[in-house]
Design a protein around this ligand. Structure first.
Ligand SMILES: Nc1ncnc2c1ncn2[C@@H]1O[C@H](COP(=O)(O)OP(=O)(O)O)[C@@H](O)[C@H]1O
Ligand SMILES: N[C@@H](CCC(=O)OP(=O)(O)O)C(=O)O
Length: 387
C-alpha cells in the first residue's frame, strides 16, 4: 500500500496569509540578495494570489543587504550604522521584490512599520486600513520594520514578532515563517545533532519555548525562540503558524496543497483576541450609538462590521479610534468597538450608505463605521460592563 503523506489544513484553508522570510535566507547567509530565491517565493505567492488568497510578505534582510552593499564584513553594533545599513539595504529589497512580482503582473507596496505604529490605536487603524486597501486592490504588501528611524529601546528587532503583529493586524488565518531550518527541533540542530524534529505543537505551549531557547544564526536576530513566541502571538487572533524551510522546493504551494511540511503550531479555536478581551473589559466608553433592528441583527447574528446606514442616533463626543458602545433601540448593548469616525462625522453620515461618505465628508478613511475586527459582540451569558 502506498504511504499517504501527512496532511495539514492551516495554509490550504487560509484566505489571508502572512509569509515571513528571514535575513539569512533572503541574503544568502549575508552574501547579498538571493535573487533566485526571491523569484521562487514571488512565483509561489503569485500562484496563491491567483487562487484568490490575500498575501502579505514580511521580509527581513535590509541590514544584511546594506552591509553587503557597503562592503561591511561584520554586523556593526552602533545604532546609527545599523540604521544606515538598513536604509541602503531596503532599496535592494524593494527593487528585488518589485522586479520579481512584476514578472507575474503583480504590484507590490512597501510598508515600513515601527512598534509605535502598532501600539497607538490611531496609527494601528491607519496601518490596518492601508493594508486592507492594498489587499483589496490586489497588491502584495512587502513589510519590514522601519529600522532607519527606530532606536534600541523601541525596536521590535526581529521580524518574527513583526510577522505575528501583522497577522493580528489583518486577522490572517495563517503565518508561514520561512527560515534556514526545516522547522523547530527539540534543541538547536546546529549544536545538537540528536535534536528531534517537532512536526506539530500547540501555539503557546511553554515547552516549545524551552526547546527554542538558543540564539539564531549570525545573520538573523531572532533565532527559534522569537518564532515560537510569534506563534503564540498569532494565535491570539486565531492564526496558525508554520515554521518551515524557505529552501524546500515549492514550500508555499505544497503547504497550500495540504502537505504537512515543517512545524505546525496550531491556534486553539475559538479565540477571543487580546484586543477583543481588552474591548470587552473597556471601562471608558466615549459614547454610544443606537442601531436599527437590521444592524443589530447583522452584529449579533452575523458578527458583521457596522455600517453608517444602520445608525439612528449618536450620544457623546468621541474621536476616531475611541471605544464606543452599540445599543439597540431599547438601550441594550449589543457590541462595542473602536470607531472609525468622530461623533460629529458619525452624526453626518448616519443613516447613509457608505458610498455617500466621500460626498458628505469630502474624504473616506473606511467604508465601515466599526470594522468587525475591532469589535466585540455581546453574547448571552457574557454581559459587558454597563455603559
Ligand atoms: N530548537 C531549535 N530548532 C531549530 N533551530 C533552532 C533551535 N534553537 C535555535 N535555533 C537556531 O535558529 C536559527 C534560525 O533563526 P534565525 O537565524 O533568526 O533565522 P531567520 O533569519 O530565518 O529569522 C537556526 O538556524 C538555528 O540555528
Ligand atoms: N528589519 C531587519 C530584520 C531583523 C532580523 O534580523 O530579522 P530576522 O532575520 O527575521 O530574525 C532587517 O531587515 O534587516
Amino acid at each position: 500500500m502506498a504511504e499517504s503523506k501527512p496532511s495539514s489544513s492551516a495554509v490550504s484553508y487560509a484566505k489571508r496569509l502572512v509569509v515571513k522570510v528571514g535575513s539569512s535566507l533572503v541574503t544568502n547567509e549575508g552574501k547579498g540578495i538571493d535573487t533566485l530565491a526571491v523569484e521562487q517565493w514571488a512565483e509561489q505567492i503569485a500562484q496563491l494570489h491567483g487562487q484568490g488568497k490575500q498575501m502579505v510578505l514580511v521580509s527581513s534582510g535590509a541590514i544584511a543587504e546594506g552591509m553587503a552593499r557597503l562592503g561591511w564584513p561584520r554586523r556593526p553594533n552602533a545604532m546609527h550604522e545599523l540604521q544606515a545599513a538598513a536604509a541602503v539595504g531596503q532599496m535592494g529589497l524593494a527593487q528585488a521584490y518589485e522586479a520579481a512580482f512584476a514578472r507575474h503582473g503583480i504590484r507590490t507596496a512597501q510598508i515600513l512599520l515601527t512598534h509605535e505604529d502598532l501600539a497607538d490605536r490611531r496609527r494601528y487603524l491607519n496601518a490596518r486600513s492601508t493594508l486592507y486597501t492594498l489587499l483589496g486592490l490586489g497588491v502584495v504588501p512587502i513589510v519590514n520594520e522601519n529600522d532607519t528611524v527606530v532606536t534600541d529601546e523601541i525596536r521590535l528587532g526581529d521580524n518574527d514578532t513583526l510577522g505575528a503583529l501583522v497577522t493580528n493586524l489583518i486577522e490572517a488565518e495563517a503565518l508561514v515563517i520561512l527560515t534556514d531550518q526545516s522547522g523547530l527541533y527539540s534543541a538547536d540542530p546546529r549544536k545538537n545533532p540528536d535534536a528531534q524534529f517537532i512536526a506539530l505543537g500547540q501555539a503557546g505551549d511553554p515547552a516549545l519555548e524551552t526547546m527554542a531557547g538558543g540564539s539564531g544564526s549570525s545573520i538573523g536576530t531572532g533565532g527559534m525562540l522569537t518564532k515560537v513566541l510569534a506563534a503564540k502571538r498569532a494565535a491570539n487572533s486565531g492564526g496558525h503558524t508554520i515554521i518551515a524551510s524557505g529552501r524546500e522546493p515549492n514550500v508555499l504551494l505544497r503547504l497550500a496543497g495540504g502537505e504537512a511540511i515543517g512545524t505546525e503550531l496550531r491556534a486553539i479555536l475559538p479565540v477571543r483576541s487580546a484586543r477583543q478581551r481588552w474591548l470587552a473589559n473597556h471601562l471608558r466608553l466615549r459614547g454610544r450609538i443606537t442601531l436599527d433592528d437590521g444592524a443589530v441583527r447583522a452584529l449579533t447574528q452575523g458578527h458583521k462590521s457596522l455600517l453608517p446606514i444602520g445608525v439612528v442616533a449618536v450620544e457623546g463626543e468621541f474621536e476616531r479610534g475611541d471605544v464606543v458602545a452599540c445599543v439597540d433601540q431599547h438601550g441594550v448593548e449589543c457590541g462595542r468597538g473602536l470607531i472609525n469616525y468622530s461623533a460629529a462625522d458619525t452624526r453626518r453620515i448616519m443613516r447613509q450608505p457608505s458610498s455617500h461618505i466621500i460626498d458628505i465628508l469630502g474624504s473616506m478613511s473606511d467604508p465601515e463605521l466599526m470594522h468587525r475586527d475591532n469589535m466585540v459582540f455581546a453574547r448571552s451569558r457574557d454581559l459587558m460592563a454597563k455603559t
